[in-house]
Design a protein around this ligand. Structure first.
Ligand code: GDG
Length: 513
């Protein structure tokens, strides 16, 4: 087995070096991990957990959250094994863990350990709702929602980062470990870990954009956050532009040496490499799931229950967030129906989406704004059974999401600002029939890769309305040409490649960088 792994590793390195269309899969990532990380304990850490256990009556069931981070990282952990440390947020989470707060997941085919960290309501409120989502989230997304900086939230943020550090250090014990930290909820974690155990190698992936220094400097604790992130050996963003913004911010705020040619920052003798790693999806799995019979049945069920005949269908499938440009796409659909009345009663837009962060005022306002806009548009054009916009405001099952992607003539991703946006890549991966048009905002990381979509500025309502018309009138041959190109790209740049690229960088630190 050992020689087999070594041989496969060599083959992988060779093919990667050639860069000649080698396709990363769960299996090849698994082999890479065995070869490169053997002797290391592999841990991932995030605030959000990949499986949430809840009571339904007396029974315990579980759900996968609507989160780009967990959707991306779960297949990677299934390939790599190891332990994922995350906040246990479900009301039945304590029921299924062992005495060390661990449970093996996925439940039907266990592949890695989920270790839950418990937080009080006050801690969640200050750390998650407060500093993470009322301060850092609007600070990093330029969507004109003012960040709220509360000292008490910041103090809770620090405390929760310490709780996570404690859990990681306990878990690592004296072992050699790689810790892969996720996102903006844990900006101080690597520094806290390394203060106690400098031998642990850490990488952090920032899933949201990093704004320019002008925008970031209003944060009263900018230096602490930057210093915390520079505790990492490797720091990843989706695109080069975010890396540059981060390096610029450090340059202007801290005493540090930023070397642009090698993408490194050195502070107090400690080096951090800053690189782009565009995140992705499990293309093959999504593409084959899309072809299952149950998806066909779900399409029929949805058409019946929504009263659809042969309308042309547009879909939006988001976590409900003010960064996703949901009212903007409704305004564009309104303008489209206004300018092109022949599409009335012939086209519908289905918006599925799960409400999120509902304890936060700005999210409640978004829900109200969206609901009243839908009511207004449906009142304006609605005729007989036909309503132009159909909303499904609930947590949709994976099969429902898949059916909606497959039913769509066009899918809209109209984010005002977005790190990557996996909905766009999931849509492409689902369209094994090579059909369907993606209307995509240029303010997403995905727009850098999916250039065969219809790129449209969501603030430009008239252009947006024209893009909707174009998508419905595009000849089949053109749709197929674009979709094939995008599928090829997502197939190759899949989630396993993302993980393999990060791991290949990470192991360089093992030999001293
Ligand atoms: C952050 C960054 C970056 C949506 N509704 C339901 C549901 N979803 C799933 C989608 C997709 C995920 O949620 C959302 O992914 P995104 O990438 O759009 O967005 P964020 O959650 O904002 O993620 C983002 C991502 O991290 C990864 O780095 O791309 O830029 O903001 O997978 O399909 N899933 C279920 N029910 C729903 O109703 N089960």
């Amino acid at each position: 087995m050992r020689w087999h792994c070594a041989l496969l590793g060599t083959v992988i390195s060779f093919l990667t070096a050639l860069n000649g269309g080698f396709m990363w899969t769960r299996e090849s990532l698994n082999e890479l991990v065995k070869e490169k990380l053997s002797g290391y304990f592999f841990m991932a850490v995030s605030n959000r957990e990949p499986y949430i256990h809840t009571f339904s009556g007396r029974k315990v069931s579980y759900q996968m959250p609507a989160s780009g981070l967990t959707a991306a990282l779960d297949p990677v952990m299934q390939a790599c094994g190891g332990t994922w440390v995350a906040h246990g947020s479900g009301n039945a989470d304590t029921e299924v863990v062992d005495k060390d707060n661990k449970v093996m997941v996925p439940l039907d085919n266990p592949r890695y350990t989920l270790k839950r960290v418990w937080l009080s309501k006050e801690e969640v409120d200050g750390h998650y709702n407060g500093f993470s989502n009322e301060a850092l989230w609007p600070l990093c997304h330029i969507v004109y929602t003012r960040p709220i900086f509360e000292e008490s939230d910041w103090n809770m943020y620090k405390k929760v980062n310490e709780i996570f550090a404690q859990s990681i250090l306990e878990e690592a014990g004296g072992k050699k470990a790689f810790v892969f930290i996720q996102d903006y909820h844990l900006a101080l974690l690597s520094r806290l870990i390394k203060e106690k155990n400098p031998n642990i190698i850490t990488a952090q992936f920032w899933h949201i954009p990093w704004p320019n220094p002008e925008a970031f400097r209003i944060c009263p604790w900018q230096n602490e956050i930057l210093d915390g992130l520079l505790g990492n050996d490797l720091l990843g963003f989706h695109i080069r532009y975010h890396c540059r913004n981060f390096m610029d911010t450090v340059d202007q705020a801290l005493e540090a040496n930023t070397a642009w040619d090698t993408c490194t920052i050195t502070r107090g003798g400690k080096k951090t490499v800053v690189l782009p790693f565009p995140i992705s999806v499990d293309f093959e799995e999504i593409s084959s799931d899309a072809q299952r019979d149950e998806v066909g049945k779900e399409i029929e069920r949805l058409k019946n229950s929504l009263g659809l005949d042969n309308e042309m269908i547009g879909v939006g499938l988001d976590r409900i967030d003010y960064t996703k440009g949901i009212p903007d796409r409704f305004r564009a659909f309104d303008r489209f129906l206004e300018k092109y009345p022949r599409y009335r009663e012939r086209a519908v837009f289905i918006q599925a989406g799960v409400p999120s962060r509902t304890q936060i005022e700005s999210y409640r306002r978004l829900q109200e704004e969206t609901d009243s806009l839908v009511e207004e548009i449906n009142w304006k054009y609605g005729a007989r059974r036909w309503k132009p916009i159909i909303t499904l405001w609930e947590h949709a099952s994976p099969v429902t999401l898949m059916a909606l992607r497959r039913m769509a003539n066009f899918c809209v991703v109209s984010s005002l600002h977005d790190g990557m946006n996996l909905v766009a890549k999931e849509f492409v991966a689902s369209r094994f029939d090579d059909d369907g048009v993606l209307i995509l905002s240029p303010f997403t990381g995905a727009a850098k890769e999916l250039t065969d979509s219809l790129l449209v500025n969501p603030y430009a309502t008239d252009h947006f309305a024209e893009a909707i018309k174009e998508s419905l009138e595009m000849p089949l041959e053109e749709r197929q040409k674009r979709m094939r190109k995008m599928r090829e790209l997502v197939r190759e740049n899949n989630i396993y490649k993302w993980a393999a690229d990060i791991i290949s960088e990470l192991v360089k630190f093992e030999s001293g960088g």
